[in-house]
Design a protein. Structure first.
Length: 350
């Protein structure tokens, strides 16, 4: 989820040769033998992430580690390391180049820049390393890229909101920071969908960090100027939580608000569903990392894998909300249903 990029604390770290210590931004894996049990050798795998602090990243880290454990049991992975750039793209480039020197077989990447990493990743690919990029994607076509369609994200939400409002009414558009690619793509999709409904008027287009506190302030200001709205197009979970929280606290009409699998929003939704609140939410699923890992391992083993893997967006509705919301988990977690291995195999072409 894009909110992890604005919540993380960015630390500028010195460049240099990497060693397997946490102080240098490297988190040790679970160890493992250097040889495989099958015909193909067991692989040396590294994950280069722009940072690990946000909850979405921590959940992704756990998912990948759990899958690595399975692959080790199958003799497909020998060693796994996590390289944390602590928000510094230059550090991430240095870590990728260090992995090339250390002769990793597979490099997974959640990129801090769509273009700055291209040269290092292409150098890795040219050296015979299988590179799989997920979530925050680079533009290089030399690597396997695993992601969701952000324009479709907005289009799906805009379509639902237009239908729910019967094609007419006033709405607030609640978007991410101006100029951020994901925010722009999601709003582009929403605009395309909303054009079908000339009776819907956007009375305010608000931009905010994907963070509850600034989002609450931004929405409260926009809502104060437009208290007679009929709905909210929101493209991020913390934004949606801020909007719904404002309506609940002020005891106002609970208009439809689109959202995301941010647990704080899901909890509020569940608490107010009987009062008539409804939403359509989706997710940037954590299992993108597992799909990237499986695709890279398959490709390193000689299988043909698509270079572009677009993962379908989940749909969270009134009907299946209970399957997602987690009362015992923090508000800033992102609950998601596991994707069966059979579905992963279909996506990677197996």
């Amino acid at each position: 989820m894009i909110g992890r990029f604005t919540r993380a604390i960015v630390a500028v770290t010195a460049l240099g040769t990497l060693t397997a210590t946490a102080a240098c931004g490297v988190e040790s894996g679970d160890g493992g033998s250097s040889g495989g049990t099958g015909k193909s050798k067991a692989l040396k795998v590294g994950w280069s992430t722009i940072y690990l602090t946000p909850s979405w990243m921590q959940q992704t880290d756990k998912m990948i580690k759990d899958d690595v454990a399975k692959l080790k049991q199958d003799g497909k992975v020998a060693d796994y390391q996590v390289f944390n750039a602590n928000g510094d793209t230059s550090q991430q480039i240095a870590q990728i180049r260090a992995m090339i020197q250390q002769k990793y077989d597979v490099i997974l990447v959640d990129a801090g820049s769509s273009t700055a990493l291209n040269s290092a990743l292409e150098q890795a690919a040219d050296a015979g390393i299988t590179v799989a990029n997920f979530d925050s994607l680079v533009t290089s076509e030399k690597v396997v890229r695993v992601g969701t369609d952000q324009t479709e994200w907005g289009r799906m939400m805009g379509q639902w909101l237009g239908d729910t409002l019967g094609g007419k009414g006033k709405i607030i558009a609640f978007n991410g920071p101006a100029g951020v690619a994901v925010s722009e793509q999601r709003w582009k999709g929403a605009e395309e969908a909303l054009k079908k409904y000339p009776g819907i008027k956007v009375v305010s287009n608000v931009h905010s960090e994907y963070n509850l506190a600034p989002a609450a302030q931004a929405f409260a200001s926009a809502y104060s100027a437009n208290p007679d709205i009929d709905g909210v197009f929101s493209q991020g979970g913390a934004l949606s939580a801020a909007a719904l929280q404002t309506l609940v606290k002020q005891k106002k009409k609970l208009v439809p608000i689109t959202g995301e699998n941010y647990n704080g929003f899901l909890k509020l939704w569940q608490q107010n569903k009987d009062a008539g609140f409804s939403s359509l939410s989706t997710a940037q699923p954590n299992y993108l990392g597992v799909i990237a890992l499986r695709a890279a391992v398959a490709k390193a083993g000689g299988a043909t894998v698509p270079n572009q893997i677009t993962v379908p967006l989940p749909r969270i509705t009134n009907e299946n909300l209970a399957q997602y919301v987690k009362a015992d988990q923090p508000d800033d977690s992102y609950p998601i249903q596991d994707l069966p291995q059979s579905e992963i195999d279909k996506l990677i072409g197996k």
